[in-house]
Design a protein around this ligand. Sequence first.
Ligand SMILES: Cc1ncc(COP(=O)(O)O)c(C=O)c1O
Length: 371
Amino acid sequence: MINIAKVIIDDETIKEVVEVLKSGHLVEGKVTRKFEESFAKWVNCKFAYSTSSGSTALLLALLSLIKKDDEVIVPSFTHISTANSVIYARGRVKFVDIDQETYNLSVEDLKLKISRNTKAIIAVHLFGLPANLKEIGKIAEDYNAIVISDAAQAHGAKIDGVNIANLSHLSCYSFYPTKNIVAGEGGMVACDCEDCYRKGLLIKNHGDKGRYEHVDLGFNFRLNDIASAIGFNYLKKADELISRRIQNAKFLISKLEKLETLILPKVPKGYTHVYNQFSLRINKELLKVDRDGFVQELRKRGIDARVHYPLPIPLQPIYKSLHSLDESSIKVSKEVSSTILSLPVHPYLTQEELSIIANKVEEVSKEFQKF
Ligand SMILES: Cc1ncc(COP(=O)(O)O)c(C=O)c1O
């Protein structure tokens, strides 16, 4: 099987992990500080604090900004963590549909749904493609709302050469093993806002000002130094790994763009897509199989195709029980979630594997084409 993701831990990383183990300083030690400082520099932000996961990065970002019952806008098509973090922060989720071409927040729908009650907008940069932060930022400003980037899949993504972290108030990252930078489990919040940074630091450690003086309500969302050593060493190679993802995606596009049965990723001018996932859609009208059938055929042929994500968040069983929602308000999310699939694009694919992926996708497309 050609896997959807691959993690390689090099000798330098192993050496540093062993040093951490030998030091006995396993949590929030100097390796974690080093990882935070290098990450802040890499995204060109004044501050960055580590967290135990991408989900807790989002939760802390929200807790440092919103109050109970504040409304937060979330795209209806994303990883469930984006919406869950709002509920855990005691905010109210308001879903906005996605754009048909980019699968990110629809600016048109945002204009319709934002209100004076909106405190924050979470712009998810899905699959590694930046959301339209310039337009989203302007709309947010008109309503005095804050833009938080869910950049769990978008380390290194840029618009006109500017890192997405510099186009939002706070940016949240994940270091889960499928991500562009890996630490095992882990996350990071990056920002220029000193108040948000200080508040996040407090909350991630039980509101402890130092020596058990608890001045805020918090919890344990700390990162350990073993994960930080892995993350720090991945970060050193991040630019090279991301550029390989981009090359791999370009190769797949060049081989597949002739197929009418497929709708390939489209990248707006000036946007740097960092391809955490290479997600494409099937053209249902032209195929005799549905998306699940297409994925099964690829898997039979040794390609680890996956579905990100099979349901818009408001249609997940738990959200159906929490919210009543007119399904016509998320029609693009519904259409995209029933036609999308992801192919391997990770940086360790060989040229031979990339050719096999392209050939198998073409084979399935042709075998199941209607006309
Ligand atoms: C868009 C998005 N947001 C948040 C998360 C949560 O990150 P983690 O799994 O590190 O908690 C993920 C993880 O896949 C994600 O894809």
